[in-house]
Design a protein around this ligand. Sequence first.
Ligand SMILES: NC(=O)c1ccc[n+]([C@@H]2O[C@H](COP(=O)([O-])OP(=O)(O)OC[C@H]3O[C@@H](n4cnc5c(N)ncnc54)[C@H](OP(=O)(O)O)[C@@H]3O)[C@@H](O)[C@H]2O)c1
Length: 321
Amino acid sequence: MKLAIIGYGNVGRALARLLREKRKEFPFTIAGIHTLRHGTAVDAAGLPAEVTEAAEFGPRAASVEEFLDAARAQVAVELTTLNPSTGEPATGHIRAALARHMHVVTANKGPIAHAYAALRDEAAREGVGLRFESSVMDGAPVFNLWRHTMPGVKVLGFTGVLNSTSKVVIETMERGGSFDAGLAEARRMGITEADGAYDVEGWDSAAKAAALANVLMDARTTPQLVTTRGITRLTPERAMEIARSGKTVRLVSRGRRTSGGVRLRVRAEVLERNDILACTPGTSNLILFHTDLMGTFGTVSIEPGVEQTAYGVFSDLVSLR
Ligand SMILES: NC(=O)c1ccc[n+]([C@@H]2O[C@H](COP(=O)([O-])OP(=O)(O)OC[C@H]3O[C@@H](n4cnc5c(N)ncnc54)[C@H](OP(=O)(O)O)[C@@H]3O)[C@@H](O)[C@H]2O)c1
């Protein structure tokens, strides 16, 4: 299967490494890579490893449409920067690929948080797949869990600790470090959005909550409709005081069905250390689903990194073969 990759940053490069590692069992070919500032590379027969490794490309294609037409791939892999307020330009990139009868895999939660129902319908009309496992909790099964298992079970709500960067910042402050030192540490780990404010102000968590609600609860919502308050008012002094009292802070995303529709909230919550939402260390993420037939159960991912995000994209690609 030939891939046209749009966006080649932390996740794109990790995906290319994973594809190289697994090429014997899973022979995907990268036919093109398109970026914002680093230009474009296309070879419909498959880009050589030297090009994908060095990530040094030629002049940028004039438009994503021109790039997709030149790459002649079966799958567009959308890995551009998150824009939580509009979901663009990623949503436009996905539409351009669907209009060309291409399958789409994305790790970008923006389009799923803003336009899921429309994109799902467009993909169905074109007879192609739309997959987005890594948009929430990297490669740990969240959407694919519901796609492949749990027949007849209805999601009534969810509770998640879904943003790794905020957790790294909180833990740094609990040890007496500054807010900025925590953010710098998260950036060094490659887990921060291009604009780190999206993580700490709660926008990333709001976009994930909206994506979850759109896919699992047919909410047709957007991140703007999530009541959101991030961790920016937390100080090292307050974080240490909370830690001394045996508690901690987590940025928690909550969603629930009500008679008035799906309600979504993101908030920094003070939790007991032994609260299941507080138990996971470092970059770890956790989601609990509240359901009609299966009570509450969940998925946990311990210390995921960008390789696990790449795996989520890879698992989506494999599911489309
Ligand atoms: N990093 C993670 O751990 C993680 C986890 C889950 C999901 N995600 C999601 O995965 C996506 C990629 O994340 P990342 O960490 O790889 O981001 P990144 O390192 O900032 O890379 C973004 C890439 O997108 C390209 N780009 C931006 N705007 C573009 C446009 N209009 N047209 C073409 N290319 C464009 C950039 O081009 P240049 O290189 O030229 O600047 C860059 O190559 C994001 O949506 C993020 O939310 C990331």
